[in-house]
Design a protein. Structure first.
Length: 631
C-alpha cells in the first residue's frame, strides 16, 4: 500500500510538472479536457530527466527527489486542478464496459507487480541498472556491459522508483506507462477516427496478451507506443486546427518516444516527414513553414537528447554500441559487433524453426504480419501468450479501403504505423515487441475499418469476442507465476521463497551474496548475465555483451587472472554450463578458457545448481631471476 501511495504522489508531481512544461512551450491542447494524459506523459519524461540529472550529480536520494517533486506541484497546481476538473465524466460513463474489463485486468497485473521480478530483460538490464544507480545514489561506471548504456527515459523513471522505495514502485511506474498508453490510443481513435472508436481501440490494445506481458515485465516498448500515439494525435490536432501549439506538442512527444529507445527515434523521423508532406500539400508560406518545422524539431531534439548525450560522453558514441563503424565507441570493436550480429542471427534461426521457417531475408519479410499473428511464439524463447497481438488487426486492416468517414486520418494512422513496423522489420529485427508502436497504430486504424465492413453492432460483437479471446490467452499465462505472485501480494508467501521457486539465479546469488565480503568484487562469467540479484560489487565478463575484457587477445588462464586482479576482483561466479557451450568456435574457445581459469586460478567456495562461486587466488610472487633463467 505504501508503494501505491508513492505511485500516486509521483504521478501527481509528474502531471503538475508536465503541464508546467507544456505551458512553458505554449503546447497545451486546445481543450482542457485533453490536458491530463499529455501532462502526465510529459511529466514522466521530466521525471526521467530529473533522475538522470540527480544521478549525474550523485544525489539520487529521496530528499532531492522530493524537493524537485514539491517544486513541480507548487508550480503546476493550478493547471493540474483545471485538468482534473475538466475530465469529461460522461465519456467515462459511456465507456464503462471497457473500463470494467480493463480495470479488472489492471488489478490482476498490479498484484503480479508486487512480486519480485523473474527473468527476462528486466533482470538483465531494464531494472538491474536503475537499481544499481539507486543503491549507489548516482551513476555507476559500467564499461563491462553495453547494457549499462541502454538506459533511457523509462530506466531513469525506474531509478526514481528504486530510490524512493524499492522494486514494487519501479514496477508500478512501468505499469503506469501501460495504462497511459491504452488511454492515449483511445484518445487518438476518439478524436480523429470516430467518437465510438476510442474505447474499443484502447481496450483492444490494453487486453492484448503482449501488453499483459509488458505490463508485468518492465521494459522500454510501452513508452514508445505512448509517445507515438500522443505525437500522432497532436499532429492531427494541428491538421484540424492549424494551431502551432499542436505542432510543438507533437515534436515534444515524438522526442520523448526517441528518448525511450533507439528504435523510438523513428517516431520523430516519420512524423517529421508527415509534417513536411502536409506543409507541402497546403502550400504554406516558407516563413511559416520554417517556423512550424523548427517548432516541431527543436522540442523533439531537446526531449530526445539527454540519454544520448550521456552515452556520447561515456563512450564517444550516442547510440553505443550500434553504429560502431561510423561512430566508434570505447570498450567495443568491429569483431565484437560482428559476433553480436552473428548471435542474433543464430537466435532468430533457432526460434524461426517453430514456424518451420528461417530468419526473414529480402521479400520473405512480407510473411511477417502472418507469422506475427499466427506464430507469435516463433520470435524468442517465450510462450504464445506473452507475444500474441490477436488476429483483429490482420483481419480488418484490408477494410481500410472501404472507409469513407475520416478516411484520410484512418489511412494516415495506419500508414505511420505500417511504416514504423516495415522499417524495423527490414532494417533491424522483425520481432513483435520491436514493432509494437506500429502494431498499436494499425490496430487503432482497424477499429473504424471493422465498423465500416461489419456495421456498428456486429463490429462491437467482434470487438467483444476479440477481447474475450485475449483474456483467455492471458488466463493460460496466469497459470504459471500468477498464483504465487498473488500469494506474495497478500502476504501468504515471502518474496524470497517466491524467487527460490522460480529463479535459479536468485537461489545462487542468495548464498553467494553472503559468501562474498562487502569489500569483495565478483567477476561474473556468463554469456548473458542477469545482475539484478547481485548485492556485492561486480564486473560482468560476458564474451557477447562487452569489450572491456577482450577474449580475442587473452590467450591463457593466467592472463585472464591478471586481468581480473587488475579489475580488483576477489571472487568469480560462473555459469558452469558455459564450459561445454560450443555454438561456434569462439564460444567454445572461451568456454575452455573459463574452465582452465576456474581450475587453475581459483578455489571453490560454493555451488548452487548450474552456478558456482570461486575465490580468485592471489598473484604468485615473481621467481628469482636465476630460477627464471633456469626455467
Amino acid at each position: 500500500m505504501i508503494d501505491l501511495g508513492l505511485l500516486a504522489v509521483v504521478l501527481i508531481a509528474a502531471a503538475a510538472g508536465g503541464l508546467v512544461c507544456l505551458r512553458a512551450l505554449a503546447a497545451l491542447p486546445a481543450e482542457e479536457a485533453e490536458w491530463l494524459v499529455p501532462g502526465v506523459a510529459v511529466g514522466l519524461g521530466m521525471v526521467a530527466t530529473v533522475g538522470l540529472g540527480l544521478a549525474e550529480l550523485d544525489v539520487l536520494r529521496p530528499v532531492p527527489i522530493a524537493l524537485v517533486g514539491l517544486a513541480a506541484v507548487v508550480l503546476g497546481r493550478k493547471d493540474l486542478a483545471r485538468a482534473l476538473r475538466a475530465v469529461d465524466r460522461t465519456r467515462v460513463r459511456a465507456a464503462w464496459p471497457f473500463l470494467a474489463v480493463c480495470g479488472a485486468l489492471l488489478l490482476a497485473e498490479s498484484l503480479a507487480m508486487v512480486a519480485p521480478p523473474v527473468g527476462g530483460d528486466q533482470t538483465k538490464y531494464q531494472l538491474a541498472y536503475p537499481r544499481l544507480y539507486a543503491a549507489a545514489g548516482g551513476l555507476v561506471p559500467t564499461p563491462w556491459s553495453f547494457w549499462g548504456q541502454m538506459q533511457f527515459l523509462q530506466n531513469f523513471v525506474f531509478a526514481i522508483g528504486f530510490a524512493l522505495s524499492g522494486g514494487a514502485l519501479a514496477r508500478f511506474l512501468n505499469g503506469a506507462f501501460g495504462v497511459l498508453t491504452g488511454i492515449a490510443l483511445g484518445t487518438l481513435a476518439r478524436r480523429h477516427l470516430g467518437a465510438e472508436c476510442g474505447p474499443a481501440a484502447g481496450a483492444l490494445f490494453f487486453t492484448l496478451p503482449i501488453t499483459w506481458s509488458m505490463m508485468t515485465h518492465a521494459g522500454s516498448d510501452l513508452p514508445v507506443v505512448l509517445y507515438a500515439a500522443l505525437a500522432t494525435a497532436a499532429l492531427f490536432d494541428w491538421r484540424a486546427s492549424g494551431r502551432a501549439a499542436d505542432v510543438r506538442r507533437a515534436g515534444l512527444m515524438a522526442g520523448l518516444a526517441g528518448a525511450s529507445k533507439v528504435m523510438g527515434l523513428l517516431v520523430p523521423a516519420l512524423l517529421g516527414l508527415a509534417l513536411a508532406g502536409l506543409l507541402l500539400r497546403r502550400t504554406v508560406p516558407p516563413g511559416r513553414a520554417a517556423a512550424l518545422v523548427i517548432g516541431f524539431g527543436l522540442p523533439a531534439l531537446l526531449a530526445a537528447s539527454p540519454c544520448y548525450v550521456r552515452n556520447a560522453v561515456d563512450t564517444g558514441n550516442p547510440i553505443y554500441p550500434f553504429g560502431y563503424r561510423l561512430l566508434g565507441g570505447r570498450h567495443w570493436s568491429p569483431a565484437a559487433g560482428e559476433y553480436l550480429a552473428d548471435y542474433y542471427r543464430q537466435y532468430q534461426s533457432i526460434y524461426a524453426a517453430r514456424r518451420d521457417g528461417e530468419p526473414y531475408a529480402g521479400l520473405a519479410v512480407a510473411r511477417f504480419p502472418w507469422d506475427l499473428t499466427m506464430h507469435p511464439d516463433s520470435f524468442e524463447n517465450a510462450a504464445r501468450a506473452t507475444l500474441d497481438v490477436s488476429p483483429f488487426m490482420l483481419a480488418f486492416v484490408p477494410a481500410l479501403l472501404l472507409v469513407r468517414r475520416r478516411r484520410a486520418q484512418a489511412l494516415a494512422v495506419a500508414g505511420i504505423g505500417f511504416a514504423y513496423a516495415a522499417i524495423v522489420s527490414t532494417g533491424a529485427w522483425a520481432h513483435p515487441r520491436y514493432v509494437l508502436p506500429g502494431i498499436a497504430l494499425v490496430l487503432a486504424a482497424a477499429v473504424p475499418a471493422a465498423s465500416t465492413l461489419l456495421g456498428r453492432r456486429l463490429a462491437a460483437a467482434v470487438v467483444a469476442l476479440t477481447i474475450a479471446g485475449n483474456l483467455t490467452l492471458i488466463g493460460r499465462y496466469l497459470g504459471t507465476l500468477w498464483p504465487d505472485q498473488l500469494r506474495v501480494a497478500v502476504g501468504r508467501l515471502a518474496p524470497e521463497e517466491f524467487l527460490r521457486r522460480y529463479s535459479p539465479r536468485y537461489a545462487f546469488w542468495e548464498r553467494a551474496n553472503v559468501a562474498v565480503p562487502p569489500a569483495g568484487r565478483v567477476l561474473v562469467l556468463e554469456k548473458i548475465p542477469h545482475p539484478y540479484y547481485i548485492e556485492r560489487p561486480f564486473v560482468l565478463a560476458s564474451y557477447l555483451e562487452q569489450g572491456l575484457i577482450d577474449y580475442r587477445t587473452i590467450d591463457s588462464a593466467a592472463a585472464l587472472a591478471d586481468t581480473a586482479r587488475g579489475l580488483g576482483v576477489s571472487h568469480v561466479a560462473v555459469d558452469l554450463s558455459a564450459f561445454a557451450a560450443a555454438g561456434d568456435p569462439f564460444e567454445a574457445a572461451v568456454g575452455r578458457l573459463w574452465q582452465a581459469f576456474i581450475s587453475g586460478e581459483c578455489e571453490p567456495v560454493l555451488r548452487e545448481g548450474e552456478y558456482g562461486l570461486y575465490a580468485l587466488r592471489a598473484a604468485r610472487a615473481s621467481a628469482p631471476l636465476g630460477e627464471q633463467v633456469d626455467g
